[in-house]
Write a protein that binds this ligand. Structure first.
Ligand SMILES: [Mn+2]
Length: 292
């Protein structure tokens, strides 16, 4: 059922087998509903290509994260037509990785892929997990442009059912605000609060259950360091904010998996693509040091 194209391996590492790997990177070049800047389908391969430039030793952790065994999943060719089909297919991949107990990093593509991934995690773990959602936007709309299989609705499935902690938010609709009102399962760390509070990371940690799935929309970062996104918003997190947060989460919680979405490469501007490579490799380092 799965069709395989040739996919560059992360950091140019010789691809170890799926069985041997502890970390699996899953490129998903899915783009159907992007509403502003297009190009997220180019994101995963741009990241994998830029990852050849990574230094394999991590100076902060004094370790070589790659030694853990990283498998780059062959990029799936997703079924098209009904918008449900690709998400069902992504859910099957997520199920396979959940069963294997490996640590997945799904690499989008637009944020819609998270709907497929989360439906697998919610089915398996119910409300025993928290979803940590890093984004400029709430993505809690019930429907957008006539469909609920839309990047603007990516977290609604979590918001309706399970503990959801949103960090970096600085844009939402009135309808989303109404939806959030009175829902005890949703906690929001507005970006303007983060910028004024020193111990916001402690509060995020306190808000999370012991087991966490992380979904990271790159527009949570400030456009000055991450301009290559579909819907940029001024006033985001900086590089050290996000690393400090992720390091603490990996240090304190069991992280079951994550996705990094919405890179929309700008031709000729290589730095943001490389930033994502470096972010992935930092995360693999945190996983190796704190979770294995
Ligand atoms: Mn966003």
């Amino acid at each position: 059922m799965e069709q395989i194209k040739s996919t560059p391996s992360f950091a140019g590492l010789p691809n170890c087998s799926f069985e041997e790997a502890k970390v699996v990177i899953v490129p998903i070049s899915y783009e159907v509903t992007t509403s502003y800047r297009k190009g997220t389908k180019e994101g995963p391969i741009a990241v994998l290509n830029s990852s050849y430039n990574l230094e394999l030793y991590d100076e902060e952790l004094d370790t070589t994260p790659a030694e853990i065994g990283i498998y780059t999943y062959p990029e799936p060719i997703l079924p098209i037509g009904d918008l449900k089909l690709p998400l069902k297919y992504i859910k099957e991949i997520a199920n396979k990785i959940i069963e294997s107990k490996k640590f997945p990093i799904f690499l989008g593509g637009e944020h819609t892929i998270t709907i497929g991934i989360l439906s697998a995690y919610i089915e398996k773990f119910y409300s025993n997990i928290s979803v940590l959602h890093l984004d400029a936007h709430c993505d809690l709309r019930k429907e957008y442009e006539g469909t609920s299989y839309h990047h603007a609705c990516a977290l609604r499935i979590a918001g309706e059912k399970i503990p959801l902690v949103q960090v970096g938010i600085r844009s939402l609709s009135k309808e989303e605000k109404e939806f959030i009102k009175g829902r005890e399962n949703i906690k929001i760390f507005w970006n303007w609060v983060i910028k004024e509070k020193n111990n916001w990371i402690d509060d995020v940690i306190l808000s999370l259950k012991d087991e966490v799935y992380i979904t990271l929309d790159l527009d949570v970062l400030d456009p000055s360091i991450m301009p290559s996104v579909g819907t940029p918003e001024p006033g985001g997190l900086d590089w050290w904010d996000i690393l400090k947060l992720l390091k603490r989460v990996f240090g304190k919680k069991k992280v079951l998996g994550m996705d990094i979405v919405e890179l929309s490469p700008i031709p000729g501007l290589v730095f943001p693509d490389y930033l994502v490579s470096r972010l992935i490799y930092k995360i693999i380092g945190y996983y190796k040091v704190f979770q294995t």
